[in-house]
Design a protein around this ligand. Structure first.
Ligand SMILES: C[S@@+](CC[C@H](N)C(=O)[O-])C[C@H]1O[C@@H](n2cnc3c(N)ncnc32)[C@H](O)[C@@H]1O
Length: 236
């Protein structure tokens, strides 16, 4: 099997030194997934060793969406197919999910999606300020135990980073099926002073298997859409 997951950003689990990670990386893939990674990453992956240049990557200038934690890519592929005028970069640390999304992209013939296997926080930090039209976070890992709360993606630092990377008027769309995570999201977004809440609707987000399972277990989904206020702040 040629596929070797070591690329530039190498997530190594939840804790690396004193860095708290928002995930537990799962890299084991089936032979079919390894084949998909080998064959499709050259076409639909991003080479993170090069500075990101959206025009070079997608061959056009179009509004750019970053999806964090795309999972198996159901929402990513469906939303990209429904909105071909926008380009999507999906970031996921779960290798089987990356492979599955690559297959969806191929099957649907999507030219407007690229996939990155990396920690989205590293990817965000390396993107130019003010370049994104939208950041999507659909069902971030809930980390419901109190001792794990520090692993939650939504935090004041995350809101700042996202606000910096979004263009003025750019959107952050978060969906969760944990009520307290929805409360946390709203609190973080409002406290940042960088966003205005613009809605609590799904806005084209399809029901994925993951979401349907939550509903079957009695949870409901909460969406929050917030829009950046003021100009992007360029930091060093
Ligand atoms: C609960 S799943 C939801 C997946 C998908 N968005 C959906 O709705 O089906 C959360 C996903 O976020 C990914 N994830 C967590 N932290 C991440 C990070 N820092 N960078 C990239 N992906 C991350 C996990 O690997 C997992 O696949």
């Amino acid at each position: 099997m040629r596929y070797a997951p070591a690329r530039v950003w190498q997530p190594v689990g939840v804790e690396r030194g004193d860095v708290v990670r928002t995930y537990k990386a799962r890299r084991r893939v089936t032979p079919g997934q390894a084949e998909a990674l080998d064959r499709l990453l050259p076409a639909y992956g991003l080479d993170l060793r090069r500075p990101f240049d959206a025009i070079e990557v997608f061959g056009r200038a179009a509004p750019l969406v970053l999806e964090i934690g795309s999972g198996m890519g159901e929402a990513t592929a469906a939303m990209a197919a429904a909105d071909p005028a926008r380009d999507v970069v999906a970031v996921e640390v779960h290798t089987p999910g990356v492979a599955t999304l690559l297959r969806r992209i191929e099957a649907a013939g999507l030219g407007n999606v690229r996939v990155v296997e990396a920690d989205a926080l590293d990817v965000l930090a390396d993107l130019p300020a003010g370049g994104l039209h939208e950041v999507r976070v659909f069902f971030p890992d809930p980390w419901p135990k109190v001792r794990h709360a520090k692993r939650r993606l939504l935090s004041p630092g995350f809101a700042e980073l996202v606000a910096d990377r979004l263009r003025p008027g750019g959107r952050l769309h978060v969906a969760t099926d944990w009520a307290d995570y929805a409360d946390l999201t709203r609190a973080v977004v409002e406290a940042s002073g960088r966003f205005q809440v613009a809605g609590t609707h799904r806005d084209g987000r399809p029901v994925t298997r993951f979401e349907a399972r939550g509903h079957a277990e009695g949870r409901q989904s909460y969406d929050l859409i917030a829009v950046t206020t003021g100009p992007a702040i360029i930091r060093g």
